[in-house]
Design a protein. Structure first.
Length: 98
């Protein structure tokens, strides 16, 4: 008998602080998001942090956040904050350069 379940989709704003610029954090985040089926954007901020807007299923977002706390091998994450946003739709996961 098939199991019916509801996948809760949400959008989160994630701010990552530490040594997260110049270590391929954005590219690695894009690859991880694509692996998990998460859509959104990632960008460098003027305060040397990285900001991600991510839309996806709750369980996939939890897995993505776990990855964000570590980042790629050369990153050193010292703080991560999240804020739930109203649902936003994206076609894919992209790197913003501005």
């Amino acid at each position: 008998m098939p199991t019916n379940y509801f996948c809760f989709v949400q959008t989160l704003k994630i701010k990552i602080e530490g040594k997260v610029q110049g270590v391929f954090y954005r590219q690695s985040a894009k690859e991880k998001a694509n692996d998990l089926g998460i859509k959104g954007t990632v960008k460098n901020c003027e305060d040397d942090s990285v900001e991600i807007i991510a839309t996806g299923e709750e369980e996939k977002l939890k897995e993505f956040i776990t990855w964000c706390r570590q980042g790629p091998p050369q990153a050193r994450v010292i703080n991560l904050t999240m804020q739930e946003l109203s649902l936003q739709e994206f076609r894919n996961f992209s790197i913003s350069y501005f």
